[in-house]
Design a protein around this ligand. Sequence first.
Ligand code: PHE
Length: 449
Amino acid sequence: MEENQQSRAHFGSKFGVVMAAVGSAVGLGNIWRFPYELGMNGGFAFLLVYLLCVLALGIPVMLAELIIGRRSRSNVFSSFKVLSPKGKWHYLGIAYVVAAFVISSFYFVVAGWSLEYVYQAITDQFSSRSPLELSQAFTAFSTDAFRPIFWTIIFIFLTAIVILAGVQKGIENISKVLMPILFVIIIVLCVRSVTLPNASEGLSFLFYPDFSKINSSVVLSALGQAFFSLSIGMGCLITYGSYVKKDNNLLKTSVEVSVLDTLVSVLASVAIFPAVFSLGINPAKGPELVFITLPNVFMQIPGGYVWSILFFLLLALAALTSIISLLEVITAYVSEEFKVKRRTAVFVASLLLALSSSLCSLSLGEGSVLKLFGMPLFNFFDYISAKVLMPLGGLFIAIFLGWFCSKKMVFNELSNEGQLKTRVYELFYFLLRYFVPIAILMVFINELR
Ligand code: PHE
């Protein structure tokens, strides 16, 4: 163990830490999931509830994960053992690895779709299709038995290459390059969208509150979306935290990551809704918003060919930096706990993921018998990740750090052994011990009633 800790990989710079964590946070959750959740749950009112969830629940849980990770310098499983050697908390660590596996399984499928759409955009396949044909083409593609799996496996391969290159050379370097590119692409797309005729209707949908739409299930959706989007509640940031150096200001990092992630979600909505309204298309579309509605939008605006390539490239790049963080959770666990080489761990994890992602993909079409609780495997994994596993995962992280670890240790990590001013320390501790657990439980109980 001692030797392992000495030689443990770490991120090289503070900028690298923020970019890697933003890379994990910014993904399909921002560009694919957030806009359709917002569209279906009342626009601005949803955004407000979402912001509250990020501020009061998201930032404290993210900080808690980074603290657990950096203090223990271990993968999710061992981190609980290091901090609570006598407790049984490490079993929970296994649940987080399982959660990473479940999320990756359906995430890889959608990531694969984004590659297919990059391909379709480059080969100019949208322009010859009517809106109805675009919708039929998406259904035919996503329910096909072979093609989505082909792209999914290519995506798994790309992810594995980054992970194999290591924490600093792979994850950190690719995030430092891709994240700034992603910001530029999204801002360009926003400018395009808001300069279309009638764009103001879309903007007022985004920024006009309709509070009558808010109920407990909207609150659960916002909470789940916040956890999913910030990559918290399943040990991802415990794993990344274990690669963060001692002089990093964890509070600052958590705030920066949360702000940037939320900004991208809002920008993605600004890039999408004004364009959707400008063409008079129904905004309350579900998961197909990005894959059916947008190609339709692109084909009707000047320069649509280029915009469509940029958009789907954005989606694929965002998905890549997120999914490497999921694969890293599994890789760190397998290689450290089973004492095998990183290469072997990546290989085994990729193989298992190729299998489970293929099943997820098949469950949408030919394999419609692949159901759990009456839902296709794909929808079940999506649902259970954001609405059950991650909020519950966040709940346990807050309880663990708030109630089962020493207050002094938390203070030392937050203040870098007393070197930083920690004015918000008491507030953080209060949120962690009382507010976060009670709020998450209340949302759950309300929903189950
Ligand atoms: N945050 C990612 C997104 O928004 C998804 C993710 C969840 C990544 C959990 C890692 C861990 O798409």
